[in-house]
Every structure is written in C-alpha cells, then in structure tokens.
Design a binder for this molecule. Structure first.
Ligand code: ADP
Ligand code: F6P
Length: 484
C-alpha cells in the first residue's frame, strides 16, 4: 500500500534491500540511465545533446540502461543485454500505449513545454502522468536485477524524474545521481503542474542532483524549499526523508579536440565542397537544431528577414541555411511548428529571392555529424537563438569547428545555458528580431582582429568545459558525499 509522507508526497513502500553480489568489484561501475540509449553501432547519427555529451561516459566496464527504441505490445520486465566495446547496453521495450502517454504525453506535452517556460503549450492529464510513473517504475524494476552493491547509478533527464523514488522503494541503497539536461523553472511556474511535489521528491531521492546553470539549481532548491519544506545550506545540500541530497552545477560540454579535428577534416569533404560550390563567395549564416519550439526557429527566420530588410547591403551576399532535424513528430505542437516554419520560409524567400539567389535554405532531415562539422567551419555566423535551452551544444560545436585564423562569429541567445559560459559571443534576446538582425550585421562586418579575439576566448572555454570534464565532475560528486 502507498503511504502519504508528512509533506503530502506519495511514498512507495520500501521493499527488501538489494542482495550483496557474490563478487564485489574493486572499482564502482557507472550505470548511465537515460530514456534514449544510442545504438552502439550508430552513436554518431543521434541528434540531441544527451547522446553527444554522454558518449564519453560510456567507458569500458560501464553500463548504459534505457529504452530500446522499440514499441512493443507490453513494456518489458527484463532488459535485453548487448555488449559493445566493453560497454554493456541494457534496454527495455515500451508498450505502445505507455509510450504515447509517457513520452508523447507527460514528458513532451507537459514537462518539456513547462520546463522551457511555455505554460501555454502545457497539456496535463492524469492518465499520462500515471503512465509516466508506470514507465519510471518499469525502468527501476528492470534495472534492479542488474545492480551490484557498489554501482553508481546516474539517471538522466526529465523523462525519468521519478525513477529514483522507485529504486529507493525497491530497497536500492546505491548512490544515485540525476542530471537534468533542460532548464528548471522557478516556483511560480512549477506550481502550474499538479504533480510538482512528486517530481521534486523524485529528484530528492537521489544523493546528487545536477543542473546546467546556477539559475537552474537555484530554481530547483527554491521549489524543494516550498514543496518539501527543505532547508538547503550554502553548498546546496539539504536533508530529505533522512537522507542528504546535494544539488550541484555541472554544465555539459563536447569533446572539443575531437570535434576540432573532425571539422578540419570535414572542410574538404564532398558535402562541404558541394555547399561551397552552391555558395560561391556569399557569406553563410547557419542554424543547426532539432525541430523544436524551444529553439526559436520562427523568430530566427523573422530576424533573418529583418536583416535583409534593414541592411539591404547583405542581399545577394548572404545565405541562411537552417538544418532542423525532425523531432517528436507525433506531438501536436511540433506538427504546428513545422507548418509554421514552412510558411515563414516561403514568406521570406517569396519576398527577397531573385532568379539566381534564394536567401533561406531550410531542411528537416538529419545530417551526418561529419557534414555538420564542415558546414560549421564554413559558416560566417553560427546562429543559436533558442527561446530557452538547458545548455545548447550546437553553440560549443560551432566554436570548436572554426578556423582559428579566420573564425566565424557566434550569435547566441541569452536564454541558452551556454550563454553563462560563452560570454564573448554576440549575446542577443531572441524575442527581438531587430536586435538579432543587428547582431548578424555586426558579425558580418566584424573586423578579423575582433573575430579572432572573441573566438580565442570562446575556444579556451569550450576546450576546458568538455564532455569528459562534465562526466568526471559529476561522478566525483557522486562518489564523494563530502565534496563541495
Ligand atoms: P538538444 O539536446 O535540445 O537537441 P543541443 O544543441 O544541446 O540540443 O544538442 C544537439 C546535438 O544534436 C548536437 O550535437 C548537434 O550537432 C546534433 N544535431 C542537432 N541537429 C541536428 C541535425 N539536424 N542533424 C544531425 N545532428 C543534429
Ligand atoms: O535536450 C533535451 C533532450 O532530452 C536531450 O537530452 C536529448 O538528446 C534530446 O532532448 C532529444 O530528445 P528525444 O530523445 O525526445 O529525441
């Protein structure tokens, strides 16, 4: 039977503890848990920051646990195991109905819009939330038999916010970490969600909870204080249900060196050559995103239109290429966005095209990472203008891909987590089309000396705050309960 804790949060009863394994390992294994698990053979093709940032954490000996990508008749109770390059991939299938309600429903029609400050797009209903809890429980139950007592469990992202509650209810005493890849919202916004307290309690069942920015961590701690009556210390530590929880800031990054080399090689690839031939000596403005309303694509198209309108000297001299990989296409708001972008792209090209120049190129199929690396390197402007974003790795990839002696300019939204670090970019408010257009103009006419100075500073940061650094820092917190 479920019990109601003093703070009103539904607790699942504690079951028997995990039995000690016959052979204890000397070094604790890391178990990465995420909804989406990259295929061991197709890692490079996955669009989305999580897979890119975690590729480095999946070291030999570790395990990656999550959804198989398959929708089945029933949600699996037992994981399917594959081993590749020393990494164990353990995956479960999700029942079609659970998938609709857990993934398309609560995760992507309630949590995603809310955590990106879009309450107007939020669709909440109880059955979807129940399915979310059911799938989180299924994840916990299927992981349980695979656990060794010393394993460090590292859960990722908003699809799995209640999984730690379920693991604790099953008696798991391992150290559990959680990292949120997307923003966290202040109490006035989270209050919109009727089940907010259970989500905050889910994260508070972990030992370490990580966020992309100081602002996200502060928002989380404020919510925990209000919803769970916690009292955090100056290090972001608090006690909940008799356990210590540590909220930390560990921004994600990329494998900068590898990406620099990839971009250098890709400069002469067939795809890059084709792009070059099509551009001639025109400047290139480049956007690379999943097709998602958080990325501010309609506003970005409008800003490009404003550039051509307000700075006519750039007409015929610049092309904007927007690569927007289709994403979550079964969710209504994503379908609406796609229609909206088709219309706006048509408006801009109808207004400004000439018989031998079409200003905006817009494509919605995924592009190989290698090709993207070469396109970044060619681009005079990396246009990264989300309305709200946890981090935004595209911004970091763009910086890493540049030619250091003749770099392009990053135009970056102040509402991307990356703006906290990448302060030498041209920082803009993506809601202000005129401001973004002015920044594009500034970038297009910026003297080489200033471009190099800005880029040098940005590259130093991207090289320091890498994916490896992210993984090591988080795991260090998870290993050491006293680390501040
Ligand atoms: P998110 O996690 O919200 O998708 P990020 O910018 O953090 O956003 O990460 C996106 C990652 O996916 C980057 O590594 C980027 O290169 C990749 N990506 C984005 N769009 C595409 C695309 N159209 N085709 C292939 N990869 C893409
Ligand atoms: O940025 C949030 C995020 O969940 C990433 O962690 C993930 O890589 C990306 O969105 C893709 O989402 P989905 O798995 O729904 O395609």
């Amino acid at each position: 039977m479920n019990q109601l804790a003093s703070n009103g949060v539904l607790e699942r009863p504690v079951k028997k503890p995990v039995p000690a394994a016959a052979s204890r390992q000397t070094t604790a294994r890391t178990i990465i848990v995420s909804n989406r698990v990259p295929s061991p053979t197709e890692k490079a093709a996955t669009a989305g920051g999580l897979a890119v940032a975690l590729a480095d954490a999946a070291t030999p000996g570790s395990m990656w646990f999550g959804w198989s990508g398959k929708r089945a008749h029933d949600t699996s109770t037992k994981a399917n195991i594959t081993v590749a390059d020393g990494v164990t991939y353990a995956t479960i299938d999700i029942a079609e109905r659970d998938y609709q309600q857990f993934y398309n429903g609560f995760s992507n029609a309630a949590l995603w819009p809310l955590f990106h400050y879009r309450t107007g797009l939020l669709r909440f209903n109880r059955p979807d939330y129940e399915a979310y809890r059911t799938v989180n429980r299924a994840f916990a139950e299927a992981l349980l038999p695979l656990l060794e007592p010393d394993d460090l469990i590292w859960i990722h992202d908003y699809q799995l916010m209640t999984m730690a509650t379920e693991l604790r209810a099953l008696g798991v005493t391992n150290r559990i970490g959680f990292f949120l890849h997307i923003p966290f919202v202040p109490p006035a916004l989270l209050a919109v969600l009727p089940t907010a307290a259970e989500l905050v309690a889910g994260l508070s069942a972990c030992d370490v909870v990580g966020f992309q920015t100081v602002g996200d961590r502060t928002a989380f701690l404020d919510n925990a204080e209000i919803l769970l009556k916690t009292r955090p210390d100056k290090h972001g530590r608090y006690t909940y249900n008799g356990r210590s929880v540590h909220a930390v800031v560990t921004p994600i990054g990329i494998d900068a060196k590898k990406f620099e080399q990839q971009a250098l090689r890709a400069e002469h690839s067939a795809d890059a050559q084709r792009l070059e031939e099509s551009l001639g000596d025109r400047a290139l403005v480049l956007g690379v995103d999943r097709l998602d309303y958080s990325k501010g694509l309609p506003q970005r198209f409008d800003a490009f239109g404003r550039l051509l309108y307000a700075f006519p000297q750039h007409r015929r001299c610049v092309n904007f290429l927007q690569i927007a990989a289709r994403s979550r296409q079964e969710v209504g708001s994503y379908q609406t966005l796609r229609r909206e972008l088709d219309r706006r792209a048509g408006d801009i090209n109808g207004e400004f095209s000439d018989f031998d120049w079409v200003p905006l190129r817009y494509m919605t199929h995924p592009v190989k990472r290698n090709a993207i690396a070469g396109f970044y390197r060619r681009a005079n402007i990396g246009l990264v203008t989300p309305l709200r974003d946890g981090m935004n790795l595209v911004a970091k990839e763009y910086v890493a891909a540049q030619d250091q002696v003749n770099p392009g300019v990053l135009v970056l939204s102040r509402f991307a987590g990356a703006a906290d670090e990448l302060t030498e970019a041209l920082i803009v408010n993506p809601f202000d089309a005129d401001e973004v257009a002015a920044a594009m103009h500034e970038a297009l006419v910026m003297p080489l000396e200033e471009r190099v100075a800005r880029h040098d500073a940005l590259l130093a940061k991207v090289r320091t705050s890498t994916a490896q650094h992210f993984c090591e820092t988080f795991i260090a917190y998870l290993r050491d309960p006293t680390r501040n």
